[in-house]
Write a protein that binds this ligand. Structure first.
Ligand code: GTR
Length: 361
């Protein structure tokens, strides 16, 4: 039934090179990966800005007895040298106390507080995870303003059809945190997850697709131009998203409004780039705007890439799951809960349960 539902969408083939040749091995998929990245950058999110010439991380504040003394809190300033200028954005790091190296989340979040409705910090720390929090608008405003913050350094002109949009910039900032992680003594650089909710779930997916250093890529309720296939999608369409938020994407993406069926890509391209790492997709039953079914279908469609690595990808029962189900048997997680558009404690715990399982292997 799932295979049939995917077939009915006539998706562009993941495993066919641009020249029409088939992609049959994981080595071939590594070459296809470059084509997929190229398509998604040129058509959807814009060309990812290059790494800064130099990165320096400054400790600006520290509290060693945070969360009743069980955590360390640090405020960091990331200084990026771009075209000879010092471009900066702040990041907050909270780590559990103790010996050894901890797995961490790089969380691109909405609020201005570290303890936020989408961020149950104490639970995360108690479960033995550290976290880096980027408040997304500290990097670039969630608006058409490309003249302030990091945006003016990362995009000199919005005239180019493949100029980076804001999603690419927020993702770029998460990658800079990843640059810093190997220098942190108490962080396990092999166990890093990037996570975001909604527009920031789209950001987490683009980040993890473009940067293979992230072992876990978590999209919560990311919907349109995130985890959901755009063809025959319930809820938000490309026309609607590009009408309200054109600046999230590259200018060329606007051309696809109302033209989903003819697009030379769909969101399974993005999800397949996470292979052979772990993809964690969360949907909510009440979040019809995001289109849970198409989020599930895109995850299932990415299995073709996992198969080339001898992996299962998402293990499912060949039908759309009932609410309050975790499909967690394979390399990917599909977490489907009741309720509405939100990043809840329940979601975080589902993601940590899955990562815990993968880490002991
Ligand atoms: C909505 C948008 C969605 C989703 C959401 C959010 O308005 O249509 O694509 O990104 O915002 O980020 O909260």
């Amino acid at each position: 039934m799932i295979q049939a539902a995917i077939k009915k969408l006539f998706l562009p083939s993941l495993l066919t090179f641009k020249n029409g040749k088939p992609v049959k091995t994981k080595e071939a998929f590594e070459r296809r990966r470059e084509e997929l990245k190229d398509i998604l950058q040129k058509e959807v999110y814009g060309i990812l800005p290059p790494k800064p010439a130099h990165l320096r991380v400054e400790l600006t504040a520290e509290e060693t007895l945070y969360l009743a003394g069980f955590a360390t809190y640090r405020e960091l300033c990331f200084h990026c040298e771009i075209d000879g200028e010092d471009a900066t954005f702040p990041v907050t790091q909270i780590m559990p106390k103790g010996e050894g190296r901890f797995p961490v989340f790089v969380c691109v979040n909405f609020g201005t507080d570290v303890v936020h409705k989408y961020l149950p910090l104490e639970e995360i720390i108690q479960r033995g995870y550290g976290i880096f929090v980027i408040k997304y608008q500290d990097v670039a405003k969630d608006s058409a303003d490309f003249r302030s913050g990091m945006a003016k350094h990362l995009c000199k002109s919005r005239r180019a059809l493949s100029a980076p949009g804001k999603i690419a910039m927020w993702a770029w900032a998460a990658m800079r945190v990843m640059d810093y992680i190997p220098l942190c003594e108490n962080v396990d650089a092999e166990q890093v997850a990037v996570i975001g909710h909604s527009r920031l779930g789209k950001t987490a997916l683009f980040c993890g697709a473009m940067d293979e250093r992230f072992r876990y890529v978590i999209s919560n309720d990311s919907g349109c131009t995130g985890a959901a296939l755009s063809r025959q999608k319930e809820g938000e369409s490309i026309a609607q998203i590009t009408e309200r938020f054109p600046y999230w994407f590259c200018p060329r993406y606007l051309r696809y409004a109302g033209k989903e069926d003819g697009m030379p890509f769909d969101q399974h391209f993005l999800l397949s780039l996470i292979a052979p790492r772990h993809l964690l997709i969360g949907s909510a039953e009440g979040d019809r705007w995001a289109g849970p079914e198409n989020e599930f279908l895109a995850t299932a469609a990415a299995n073709e890439a996992y198969a080339l690595y001898g992996m299962q990808g998402l293990v499912h029962q060949n039908e759309f799951p009932a609410p309050d189900t975790e499909l967690d048997e394979g390399d990917c997680l599909y977490h489907y809960r009741r309720g509405t558009h939100y990043l809840s404690r329940r979601d975080w715990n589902a993601y940590m349960d899955f990562i815990d399982k993968k880490r002991v292997k």
